[in-house]
Design a protein around this ligand. Structure first.
Ligand code: 13P
Ligand code: 13P
Ligand code: MG
Ligand code: MG
Length: 368
């Protein structure tokens, strides 16, 4: 039987600013999925977690990807949660629900979605990533290193089941009229892949496939909220799913590149550059509405039934990494708004700065 793993994530309100959702909010979303998904047998299993101010619903089912019932279930759970967020006076209640009514699937409606359909292995293992205060391109570098660089993925040298490399499907997220995609394969097209992935705002890994088996290895949400809303409504806060072991990198090979804490977009007001900090599940947001964070929960699964999560960044090694990343955050914050500390104008185009620049433009005079 083909199993689908779907993770659908949204910010529907949080305590004290953009910090974390309330316990009651998470329970409301969880109860909704239980009542309308588990009891009806639409969903095989599910888990609810939060990363910063976003709630992620992880579901397993057998209904295919982009399934209307599954997506509507998640949407309705977020709508139900939004009612509670309003009752509690949470900040940004319903923030990521950008459309008034559900139609077809949640793509283009605000929530982030990553899905994978596959024949379940007898020892199926995968990681659910959830990031807050950043954009989908934040996964470009870590996934490039985990799937294409033997400096991080020793399996590319050591494992015969990975010797043909991986196929990367990359999306041009600035193309708003439809999905504009390119497929490139490692190792032959490594430099082409790098040339695209350097631009995290525009070219984003959408999915990765094993060249040895053709099996799906990774899936990333590619939502760009400002393309949907036409103005700044919050950062895109992407989720991702990665299958591990066997024909795929080992869990530790996928986690290793997150030790870099590379600089990404999305710090404070979605307008600044900050280092991506690997955090434990359910971690809140703090300093300068950040730093950008990513959680990683590993699962095993049998017939779609999930184990409890193994919190992959909840280990002493990552405390040291978090200290290093905090230093990187302080370094870039020392220069405030200057230069690369703030995002380029093209990424701020829907913010109040557009009005300001228009006003200032009229005041410029050409010296004779
Ligand atoms: P084990 O021998 O502990 O299963 O580890 C194999 C492996 O893949 C480690 O990366
Ligand atoms: P979120 O997109 O996570 O809600 O953050 C918005 C923001 O502007 C924080 O400063
Ligand atoms: Mg928020
Ligand atoms: Mg968020």
């Amino acid at each position: 039987m083909k199993i689908v793993v779907s993770v659908i994530k949204a910010d529907i309100g949080s305590i004290g600013g953009h910090i974390k959702p309330s316990q009651k909010l998470k329970e409301t979303v969880s109860n909704y999925i239980y009542e309308h998904g588990i009891k009806t047998k639409e969903v095989i299993d599910y888990r609810i977690s939060s990363t910063g101010d976003d709630i992620a619903i992880l579901m397993t089912h057998a209904k295919g990807t982009l399934n209307e019932q599954i997506h509507k279930l998640a949407w309705d759970a977020f709508v139900e949660g939004t009612k509670v967020a309003k009752e509690q006076g949470l900040y940004g209640a319903g923030q990521d629900l950008l459309k008034d009514a559900f139609s077809g699937n949640v793509k283009g409606m605000g929530p982030a979605v990553a899905e994978m359909e596959f024949d379940e292995r007898p020892n199926e293992s995968f990681i659910e990533f959830a990031a807050d205060k950043t954009e989908p391109g934040a996964y470009n570098l870590p996934f490039y290193l985990a799937f294409a660089d033997p400096m991080y993925c020793a399996g590319l040298m050591l494992s015969p089941s990975m010797n043909k490399g991986f196929k990367f499907v990359i999306m041009d997220v600035s193309h708003t009229e439809g999905d504009r995609l390119i497929e490139l394969s490692t190792p032959e097209e490594l430099y082409d892949i790098a040339a695209l992935l350097r631009d995290n705002h525009r070219f984003v890994i959408e999915s990765i496939y094993s060249n040895n088996t053709g099996e799906p290895a990774a899936s990333v949400s590619t939502t760009r909220l400002h393309n949907i809303a036409g103005k700044y409504t919050g950062k895109d806060d992407p989720v991702a799913l990665v299958r591990v072991q066997g024909a795929f990198p080992a869990t530790g090979e996928v986690l290793a590149p997150f030790s870099i804490g590379h600089y990404v977009a999305g710090f404070m007001r979605g307008s600044h550059t900050g280092p991506l900090m690997p955090v434990k599940a359910d971690c809140p947001i703090s300093y300068f509405d950040g730093p950008p964070v990513v959680s990683a929960q590993a699962f095993s699964m049998r017939n779609g039934k999930l184990t409890e999560p193994a919190d992959a960044f909840d280990q002493p090694f990552w405390d040291w990494v978090r200290d290093q990343v905090s230093q990187k955050a302080m370094e870039i914050r020392r220069q405030g708004f200057s230069g690369c500390a703030m995002l380029p104008y093209s990424e701020l185009e829907y913010g109040g700065i557009v009005e300001k620049m228009k006003k200032l433009d009229g005041k410029f005079k050409i010296r004779k």
